[in-house]
Design a binder for this molecule. Structure first.
Ligand code: GCU
Length: 621
């Protein structure tokens, strides 16, 4: 009541009521006016600040800080009082009521949920500490780099706050040069995975809210002026024009930079300006990257004291009417959706081995495409997709309903989009940026997502923009039209439909006719049904492999009749943990729609999809 005291006379009930009603009415008018103004305005030019992410960390000089970290589970959020100081009692009467030294460890990278039974359902703060020795080098700057921390991270070094990061699936780094000590250093990270209504994602999602430092942590050593980021890709629609830029960070911004692609005979010299930026545009004769020929070139950038190598593929990706063109030719995206869940041991996947297992199964299905749902996956997966020739759909976790009218939520989503693109913009495999999944059709939502699509186009003019939509209108007993207004702002339309599972029976798919309001390529980004591996029965017995397989057979027949179909990513590669799936003896907190179980066992539907893709590939699709 404090702030409104002056406004309301609490003694006369009548005036209180009218005063509150008046305030409510005024607020509503203001909100509606603001909303109307915002909802119908065209997306504003991106107001995004540049990402501070250091590009291509795998190609840098690094010191790994992975391993066992001491960890304090802090359910009541007491640690803020001082845990970041890593205090120790100095005398026998000194009272310090926490001790990292005496605390058990948690492995990094890794979620805490699958490391300790009592943390499986834990959502809250956990304080991590890593001690490490460092020998300062006068000519070097040092950054602390995190591949990802779910959900919010506050980072301290030797008691000094380096920074905060929000978003569980994007990388970030903070400069530590001035705080680093010669000898022992204490790095402390407060990690908090509590869900919030104004966060991204918000309160509800169909995956486990794994908390922790879930990807690699390392010190990155760079020269005083270093190559912070660069973009080396083909111009959209051209098969021999390379255009891009290089951005330096440091006190000597104006430098000569050599860009070399020895195998393609490229030796390009450019000079950065006073802001450390240089652009380039030149032609080169290149072997183009494709699933059949995932050619990667060694690309070297030399500037000042910095030398950086990267393996980059060159390809073009465009749309033409209902077709998606890879290197100028129509291509069908034979795909599958997958979560970043570790096979066999479960928990967040992070390692090269996890990526090899999961993407190995994707290749075994006969896929040339994979949808990384519903958040940016780890760099090991995307770099392996580059090498394996798997095209990738990457997505930010704008999932189901979020706080659309909250500008802080928009800024959060924009920052996640910016950092996703900052990490992966040189990956040939990455062809589609997805803005969202299954979001309700309402003006503030559509405006929010149109803004994100505009941001994505501004950040990356070479790739395609999409979203997974699920709102369709019934235009006849067996007729559906996809008419979500957001599709206007997309290059490719994604459709999630669950005919035979959440609605109707599997065989009803045989009669369904689909229409699309736009002449754009369509990807059926989800269909599917649950099955317990090894449970067998009649095709109409739910949770059996036969039921799931039957559903797949009807679905594959239906999608082949869909207009503008340019790709498929059935839901889902592998059973995964979800707090929304509680049926005992069947789900046990797992979504069972995988065509592979979480123990790597292939269900009947795996082979049905494999056969379908084999047939397509043989038909040149
Ligand atoms: C949704 C959603 C997925 C979810 C799936 C399901 O469509 O996008 O995240 O897991 O359906 O219900 O299994």
């Amino acid at each position: 009541m404090g702030e409104h005291a002056a406004f309301i006379d609490v003694h006369s009930p009548l005036s209180l009521l009218s005063a509150v009603a008046l305030r409510f009415f005024m607020k509503r008018c203001l909100a509606v006016l603001l909303l109307a103004g915002w909802a119908y305005a065209s997306p504003a030019p991106s107001s995004l600040t540049a990402s501070t992410l250091i590009a291509n960390v795998p190609g840098r000089t690094t010191v790994s800080l992975d391993g066992a970290w001491r960890a304090i589970v802090d359910p009541f959020d007491n640690g803020r009082a001082g845990f970041f100081r890593d205090e120790k009692p100095h005398s026998k009467s000194d009272r310090v009521e926490y001790s990292f030294d005496a605390s058990p460890v948690l492995n990094v990278p890794g979620d805490w949920n699958t490391q300790r039974e009592q943390l499986m359902f834990y959502e809250g703060p956990v304080w991590y500490r890593r001690l490490f020795n460092y020998h300062n080098r006068a000519d070097k700057r040092v950054f602390v780099y995190f591949g990802a921390v779910n959900y919010k991270a506050t980072v301290y070094l030797n008691g000094e706050k380096l920074g905060e990061h929000e978003g569980g699936f994007t990388a970030f780094n903070f400069e530590a040069t001035s705080v680093l000590r010669e000898g022992e250093n204490s790095l402390i990270v407060e990690v908090n995975n509590i869900r919030h209504a104004d966060a991204v994602p918000a309160l509800k999602f169909d995956w486990w809210n794994y908390g922790g430092i879930t990807r690699d942590v390392m010190l990155v050593e760079v020269p005083a002026t270093f190559i912070q980021d660069y973009w080396v890709q083909l111009v959209r629609g051209s098969q021999n024009e390379i255009a891009g830029w290089v951005q330096l960070n440091g006190a000597q911004p104006a430098q000569k930079i050599m860009l070399e692609i020895p195998e393609a005979g490229v030796h390009e010299a450019v000079s950065t300006d006073g802001a450390g930026r240089a652009s380039f545009h030149f032609t080169a004769k290149l072997e183009l990257w494709s699933p059949a020929h995932p050619k990667l070139y060694d690309v070297a950038l030399r500037g000042g004291d910095d030398v950086l190598h990267d393996q980059i593929g060159f390809r073009t990706i465009e749309v033409q009417g209902a077709n998606i063109l890879l290197n100028g030719k129509p291509i069908f995206l034979r795909g599958i959706s997958m979560h970043e869940e570790a096979p066999f041991r479960e928990g967040r996947a992070f390692s090269v081995e996890d990526a090899q297992t999961l993407l190995g199964w994707v290749k075994d299905l006969g896929c040339n495409f994979v949808r990384f749902a519903h958040y940016p996956h780890n760099e090991n997966e995307i770099r392996l997709a580059d090498r394996l020739g798997l095209m990738v759909w990457s997505e930010i976790p704008v999932y189901w309903d979020i706080d659309w009218s909250n500008l802080a939520t928009l800024a959060n989503a924009e920052a996640q989009l910016r950092d996703e693109i900052a990490r992966d913009h040189n990956r040939a495999a990455l062809i589609l940026w997805s803005m969202s999944n299954e979001t309700p059709v309402k003006p503030e939502r559509t405006q929010f997502l149109k803004q994100l699509a505009a941001d994505a186009r501004e950040l990356d003019s070479t790739r395609l923009i999409t979203s997974a939509l699920n709102r369709t209108d019934q235009t006849g007993p067996d007729e559906r039209i996809l008419s979500d207004p957001l599709a206007e702002s997309l290059d490719v339309v994604g459709l999630n439909e669950y005919v035979g599972w959440y609605e109707r029976r599997p065989e009803d798919a045989d009669r369904l006719q689909w229409k699309l309001k736009w002449n754009k390529p369509l990807i059926v980004s989800e269909f599917g049904g649950g099955a317990v591996y090894g449970r067998h029965g009649d095709a109409d017995e739910i949770w059996t492999e036969e039921f799931q397989d039957d559903l797949y057979q009807h679905q594959l027949g239906m999608v082949e009749r869909m207009p503008n179909l340019a790709g498929l990513t059935p839901w889902v590669l592998m059973d995964f943990r979800s707090p929304a799936r509680m049926l005992p003896g069947v789900q046990d907190y797992h979504n069972r729609k995988g065509v592979v179980s979480n123990r790597g066992q292939r269900k009947l539907a795996f082979y049905t999809l494999q056969k379908f893709y084999k047939k397509m590939a043989e038909a040149g699709k």
